[in-house]
Write a protein that binds this ligand. Sequence first.
Ligand code: ASP
Length: 326
Amino acid sequence: MIARTNTAGVDTSPIRLVIHGGAGTITRSKLTAELEQAYTQVLAQSLTAGHSVLEAGGSSIDAVIAAIVVMEDSPLFNAGKGAVFSNAGGIELDASIMDGSTLMAGSVAAVTTIRNPIRAAHAVMTNSEHVMLMGQGADAFAAEKGLEIVDSSYFYTQFRWNQLQKAIAEERLLQDHDMVPDTPQPDADEKRGTVGAVALDRHGNLAAGTSTGGLTNKRFGRVGDSSIIGAGTYADNRSVAVSATGTGEIFIRTVAAFNTAAQVRLQHIPLTEAADNTLAEIAAIGGDGGLIVLDAKGNYAMRFNTRGMFRGTIGNDGIVRVGIFS
Ligand code: ASP
């Protein structure tokens, strides 16, 4: 893409970053002012981190990583530190990334010692012949590539532990992004989610990434949509970059991210409508959640069929826009 400059010689090619931090029954009455502020702050930090990369002429891939690392490092989100526990009392993280200019992709599943799984997904994409590594092999690969390795205790947070005990007691599989509908004051921990980002850089290239701890009380070894290219993450310069959050099994069955991109590329359906079509398919077989979508012109959509989704966007003007409720 040819860079656009204005009369002052400033590059005015569109740049855009869109992020999410999970979707669910997130309503004003269920989120304290303090928590709302804390979420808003981390979302803004994530947007600013990714925007700095894009503004400096960096790649959409690097912007996606920068934005996601901020949320992985925050205990507020179900990714990296603060991730949910499996039924075996461990933490198993899934992440994936895709470059829309080359259709290169990388992912890791069920990793337990990598501080920032999104960096490991990127290393698989750039430093291996593979697209997906899982479990011990992925952990070993990340160590070999010099990524930061932590003791599994690093990911531990008390509220996630309590959440597991509750899920076990109720014999439930907790959709991390879901809250108990009839509970007036559900635990704050039940509304923290998977994180994702989509970005457009000055060169007109799209990228997408997603990172999660999955579901509370999931069977150990379970892998969700977030590490599956086409389900939780997809990017193609010819259509859109997409990152998903929601009921992973159903996002896999509807191939949610690719489904959305295919509607845009093959049927020329506008972004918002494409995302809503995918979410309707998901709802029809019992799922819910959200999608962020971005095209190479900078058009974007942040859609969800839940009560709320932690989300935000930033573009050329550098103004941070954050939303939580519907
Ligand atoms: N999609 C994630 C998973 O199923 C969970 C979420 O987005 O809340 O692992």
